[in-house]
Design a protein around this ligand. Structure first.
Ligand code: NAD
Ligand code: SER
Length: 328
């Protein structure tokens, strides 16, 4: 079974620290990891304390290396998923702060992991590492000329990962995530955020005003596929990992008009209008499609979701929570 994780040799004794666990990805990833490794093996941490933390939660500012080190020692952490970052659109509002947070937190993770023999690190990179040189389709080894401070920090993080692998033999693995689409969580300040918001407006019966032009095609991925890819990469045998900067990862590519058409197959009355803002310039600097053949070849990556399959599931899941919120 190609999509089952059951055939992977998963070490259930791993103790996992997730940093930035309250975000769009972290809040889903923590539950996903608990399902695989066991509730008590996953420590969630974030700057922000959730209203009702489920399982082990520790408040942590990853800019604080000592605090991070104390947590790693306390829980005898063997794997770190470092998700904390300022994303593309929010990052442009204060470029130097974005650089400082994105780089300092990652350098702390690398150093604390090195000093405490953490077995594996996951570093999420992004399609934002690409720029004008990869217009159209981004290949695995396309030149990286990012246009945002977020993209610059991700490209630097990829190179630091490769450096720590080569210099210290540390097992750091990374994916260049496309825009992630989820019903469980809201995105936190990116350029692909419209592709989540559009579903909420559609289910609520509202007109959606899109901040990108109708023909702005971007790479996207459904959260279920992103989770599968992440753990599949982390659990692949070490000798299969040939890319130590970051793997290209593709799910699907669409523009706002195409996702609106897909939604209309389920909600025919759905309406969209367009009012591009500063995020248009960021989107214009990114590739429309991603070649992920290296990930497919090295560790068997295959996405399971098409645009229409994702749309049907998003709408059906959001309808359940919409009905629930109307009742309460
Ligand atoms: P998010 O903004 O939703 O969540 C980030 C979390 O990090 C937040 O909960 C925030 O409180 C926390 N955080 C920020 N600074 C921190 C600090 N100093 N210490 C501890 N926690 C801190 O982001 P996300 O969408 O969940 O993305 C997670 C990672 O994946 C990021 O590195 C992002 O760049 C990357 N990524 C996301 C996408 C996407 O579409 N969501 C795409 C590509 C890459
Ligand atoms: N989805 C992210 C963003 O839009 C890309 O990393 O910022």
């Amino acid at each position: 079974m190609i999509y089952s994780l059951s055939n992977l040799n998963i070490m259930k004794s791993d103790r996992i620290l997730v940093i930035g666990a309250n975000g769009q990805i972290g809040s889903v990833l923590v539950e996903y990891l608990k399902g695989i490794y066991g509730e008590g093996m996953v420590v969630a941490s974030d700057l922000r304390v959730p209203a009702h933390p489920a399982g082990i939660f520790e408040k942590l500012d990853a800019s604080d290396a000592q605090g991070l080190s104390a947590l790693v020692k306390k829980y005898k952490v063997t794997q770190i998923y470092h998700l904390a970052a300022i994303l593309s659109a929010k990052g442009e509002q204060d470029p130097l702060r974005t650089w400082n947070i994105n780089m300092q937190t990652y350098l702390n993770v690398l150093e604390v992991a090195r000093q405490n023999d953490v077995r594996k690190i996951f570093y999420p990179s992004s399609i934002a590492v690409f720029g004008d040189q990869a217009k159209g389709q981004a290949e695995q080894w396309s030149y990286l000329d990012p246009a945002t401070v977020y993209g610059i920090s991700k490209a630097a993080g990829e190179n630091w990962s490769n450096y720590y692998f080569k210099k210290y033999g540390m097992d750091i693995r990374s994916l260049r995530y496309p825009g992630i689409i989820s019903y469980q969580s809201m995105p936190g300040g990116g350029t692909t955020d419209y592709a989540v918001d559009i579903f909420h407006k559609a289910v609520n019966g509202e007109v959606f005003e899109c901040f990108l032009k109708e023909d702005t095609k971007l790479p996207m991925i459904y959260m279920n596929d992103a989770m599968d890819a992440t753990v599949r990469l982390m659990e692949a045998p070490k000798e299969k990992i040939t890319v130590r900067t970051s793997y290209n990862l593709a799910g699907m590519s669409f523009d706002p008009a195409e996702i609106a058409a897909s939604i209309r197959k389920v909600i025919p009355s759905f309406e969209i209008t367009y009012k591009p803002d500063s995020r248009q310039e960021i989107a214009d600097s990114w590739p429309g499609t991603i070649d992920d053949s290296q990930a497919r070849k090295d560790w068997g990556w295959r996405p399971a979701y098409s645009i229409d399959k994702m749309t049907e599931e998003m709408i059906s899941e959001l309808r359940k929570s919409h009905i629930h919120s109307l009742k309460h």
